[in-house]
Write a protein that binds this ligand. Structure first.
Ligand SMILES: Cc1ncc(COP(=O)(O)O)c(C=O)c1O
Length: 420
């Protein structure tokens, strides 16, 4: 019998808990204590410099910097590319609201486009159709287990002379044709918030291989100050960027976070490998269940990483509303199963018209009204197809993910009692 009807669940998470997140050990403790005792608690300290050096080596980018979170990182990225009032930036309809809110916060207009049905990442055709004379940039988001089609996005960018900011908040270590996520566009932006696969509780990383952009990013994260180290000074002179560079605020990170990140980065590759092996195994199991499809596996994604694990449910084939399916599955596996992010044309956490800051004029207000965007794929995916679980479910053994497939098969067996 199904757990929701009083039967024994496939996994009793009290007796057999899922792997925990975050993972930490002696290394984090040791580095945190070093920071505590050093008294160097703020920004530009030795731990921050160490992490940046490590991340540059890891991320295929020539420059990297740490910032307060993965929301302000996007805001600063847009500002470093000189995007602002009157400009349009193309974003996908399924992403965390920050991708789009960052565009609003610099007084530009987010133009929200539909996603591909098998990856839920930006649809390049929809993006190209949305290009106007005001378009300055595209922000592809590498969502959950998938990457946006970076070949297509870069082609559009070259054709229309647009900048590309990769929102790689879900993709630390992911690769597209051998290149690390975040290194393909002009700027890469990463969140380090607690749920992410590389975390310091909060935080963000920016990467670029363009020195001029890096100098601006560095000033923007630090109250507009001119970067202090000599190498940077030389670069600043070269671009005529002497003196304090640009009006900005404080978007810095602390040494405590940098300390945690150094230790966490040491675990990332092994964790990514484990998640990838388990995800591919689960993809295979799910592909054999009627009415269930794994997300697209594109050969160009040479390293798959997983923030949440996502798959698709065929509501018509099952004949059961997806909410019921998610509820029943949650009970069977002892873990809350979710949909994807709410589409941004009607998202409870994306309400641009509620803030006076954006009321620049009537034209701007109607341009930022999200309800003007028609996103049929996003809406269908969110309402009828999306099933996601947190990445920590991929961090155990094959038997653990097998239970997810077993639970779905069990629901299929007892389906009749759920059909109203
Ligand atoms: C795709 C995406 N972009 C941006 C962000 C914002 O990151 P943060 O929470 O660090 O501000 C997140 C975090 O949830 C995200 O998932």
């Amino acid at each position: 019998m199904l757990a929701i009807k009083g039967g024994k669940p496939v996994r009793d998470a009290n007796m057999n808990p899922w792997p925990q997140w975050p993972v930490y050990g002696e290394k984090e403790k040791e580095l945190l204590l070093e920071v505590l005792e050093s008294g160097v608690w703020s920004y530009n300290g030795p731990k921050e410099n160490d992490f940046i050096r490590l991340w540059k080596g890891y991320s295929d980018s020539e420059y990297a910097l740490l910032v307060a979170n993965g929301t302000v990182s996007l805001q600063i990225a847009l500002e470093a590319l000189d995007i602002g009032v009157g400009d349009e930036v193309i974003v996908p309809g399924i992403t965390w609201q920050a991708t789009t809110a960052a565009v609003l916060d610099i007084n530009a207009v987010p133009v929200i486009v539909d996603v591909k049905p098998d990856t839920w990442c930006i649809d390049p055709e929809a993006a190209e159709q949305a290009v106007t004379s005001r378009t300055k940039a595209i922000i592809p988001v590498h969502l959950y287990g998938n990457m946006a089609d970076m070949d297509a996005v870069m082609k559009i960018a070259v054709k229309h002379n647009l900048k590309v900011i990769e929102d790689a908040s879900h993709k630390h270590g992911g690769e597209w044709r051998g290149r690390k996520a975040g290194s393909i566009g002009h700027i890469g932006s990463f969140s380090l918030q607690l749920s992410k696969i590389l975390t310091a509780g909060e935080g963000g990383i920016l990467t670029t291989s363009d020195q001029e952009i890096w100098i601006k990013l560095d000033a923007l994260r630090n109250c507009g100050r001119r970067p202090t180290n000599i190498e940077i000074d030389k670069g600043a002179g070269q671009y005529g960027l002497e003196g304090d560079l640009i009006q900005s605020g404080n978007y810095r990170i602390t040494e405590f976070q940098a300390a945690v990140l150094i230790a966490q980065l040491g675990r990332l590759e092994e964790q990514n490998t484990l998640r990838e092996e388990n995800a591919r195994y689960l993809d295979d199991l799910l592909s054999k269940i009627p009415g269930i499809s794994p997300m697209r596996n594109d050969d160009r994604e040479t390293r798959k990483t997983y923030f949440n694990y996502a798959f698709r449910y065929d509501e018509k084939e099952w004949g059961i509303p997806i909410q019921t399916f998610r509820e029943v599955l949650s009970k069977e596996i002892g873990f809350q199963v979710e949909s994807c992010y709410q589409p941004l044309n009607d998202c409870t956490l994306y309400r641009p018209l509620t803030k006076r800051r954006y009321a620049i004029n009537k034209e701007h207000l109607s341009a930022i009204d999200p309800s003007r965007f028609y996103l049929p794929v996003c809406e269908r995916v969110y309402k009828h197809e999306a099933v996601t679980v947190a990445h920590r479910l991929l961090m155990g053994k094959k038997d653990d993910v097998q239970m997810i497939a077993d639970a779905i098969k069990k629901i299929l067996t007892y389906k009749a009692i759920l059909v109203k």
